[in-house]
Design a protein around this ligand. Structure first.
Ligand code: CMC
Length: 391
């Protein structure tokens, strides 16, 4: 072994070759399989993007119909999974529940565990795509003590997610097309983002051949953190804190700039986007449309706007190229849709699922070796053991 190159946080280390997502952080470009995120967000629906990411091409009509039907056919979640949810306290965080439920799904689908042929992979992938939104919706229903329902197979993938989340017993759920469209767009924008923290986690867990469901469960845990997917929840909590404190954003901007204070402006900055986050631009527009259509008048929005303006003008943020990221706005939309703050990262997970799956499949089909980074040892040199009485 030669000298080890140290690169904490892998800021300059490529971990794999990938043909899925192209990202240019300087120019603010994001493409899935060669298609620009702007065009996909405008013209595609989420399930088409799911297919595109995983299988590499946009599906034709027949492929899309088969894919839809295969997912619908697998959407029923084993009744015993409800017992797993029953065991959680109502205070459990939905992301903790979702990660555990994804893992628990392995026990009920043992054949999906360690697949290697393309055909078996397809079956496992479809199973997960079919059941994951149900599990996601159930984490909300658990918190709201609503009965756990299976998917309505007569409505689309995104519609069924909304229905499973919000339908009250004995009531008919009415779809709002603006909400459906906005959610579809949000899921597309979150669907993949090359080798981010959770995706790298999925690939590295998968590289031990632990199986798709175990890899995705690990990805959910990685996404939970406030520096990653948990940022959308953290943004709203921060805005609420500012509001409760009297609404003075400058005080919080000063806090974020203070190097002795660990506080950061949530929803600002990105590891790779150093000019702007192209997803943030699309989502900002969508946020305005949703808020208009729903007639939402939320005092938190004024705080968000003034924070955004101040941060974009303040030299500290300008010099460090810290711009609002996708999660600065996604939380605002989710809130307007009536989704509880704790659920925001779960919504991100539903969106990111196809990306994780595509990356896992690419890694397995490409026969990638087990992920095993090296280190630079900085601990004690050899020393002799002292018996406990002599320490
Ligand atoms: N508020 C205040 N200062 C910041 C912020 C922030 N949000 N983000 C970065 N900085 C400063 C940081 O202190 C450092 O300053 P200095 O050079 O003086 O030491 C400089 O900017 C560079 O930051 P870094 O931590 O080296 O950058 P990174 O690439 O390691 O971190 C990040 C990227 C996203 C973790 C970070 O910007 C952050 O913590 N942002 C807030 C959390 C957030 O919104 N995360 C969601 C990211 S988008 C969703 C996703 O895909 O995960």
């Amino acid at each position: 072994t030669g000298a080890i190159t140290l690169d904490p946080g892998y800021k300059n280390t490529g971990s794999c070759e990938s043909a899925i997502t192209f990202l240019d952080g300087e120019k603010g470009i994001l493409r899935y399989r060669g298609y620009s995120i702007e065009e996909l967000a405008e013209k595609a629906d989420f399930l088409e993007v799911v297919y595109l990411l995983i299988f590499g091409e946009l599906p034709n009509k027949e492929q899309l119909t088969t894919f839809r039907q295969d997912i619908v056919a697998q959407s029923f979640v084993n009744e015993d999974m409800k017992k797993v949810i029953d065991g959680f306290p109502s205070t459990a965080h939905p992301m903790g529940m979702l990660s555990s439920l994804t893992s628990a799904l392995i026990a009920f689908n043992p054949k999906s565990v360690n697949v290697s042929s393309e055909e078996d992979m397809y079956k496992a992938i479809v199973k997960l795509l079919a059941k994951f939104p149900t599990l996601a919706a159930w984490t909300l229903r658990k918190k709201e003590t609503l009965p756990l329902e299976n998917r309505d197979t007569n409505v689309g993938y995104v519609e069924s997610l909304l229905k499973m989340m919000f339908q009250k017993p004995g009531e008919e759920y009415k779809f709002n097309p603006t909400v459906v469209d906005a959610l579809d767009k949000l899921l597309i924008l979150h669907a993949d983002h090359e080798q981010n923290c959770s995706t790298s986690t999925v690939r590295i867990v998968g590289s031990s051949h632990a199986g798709l469901f175990a890899s995705i469960s690990a990805g959910v845990s990685a996404l939970w953190g406030p520096l990653h997917g948990g940022a959308n929840q953290a943004v709203i909590e921060m805005l609420e804190e500012i509001k409760a404190d009297g609404g003075d954003t400058s005080k919080f901007i000063d806090k974020a700039k203070d190097k002795d204070d660990p506080f950061r402006l949530m929803g600002f900055g990105h590891r790779v986007y150093k000019n702007f986050d192209p997803r943030a631009r699309i989502i900002k527009k969508a946020a305005d449309e949703v808020l208009d259509a729903l007639g939402v008048n939320d005092p938190i929005l004024d705080i968000a706007k003034s924070l955004e303006k101040a941060a974009l003008e303040d030299p500290y943020f300008v010099e460090r190229k810290l711009y609002p990221n996708v999660d600065f706005y996604s939380g605002i939309i989710y809130r307007a849709m009536g989704i509880p703050t704790e659920m925001f990262t779960v919504m991100f997970a539903v969106g990111r699922l196809p990306g994780w799956i595509a990356q896992w499949r690419e890694m397995r089909l490409g026969g990638e070796p087990i992920g095993r980074p090296r280190q630079v040892y900085v601990g004690e040199p050899l020393r002799s053991f002292k018996e406990v009485d002599n320490r």
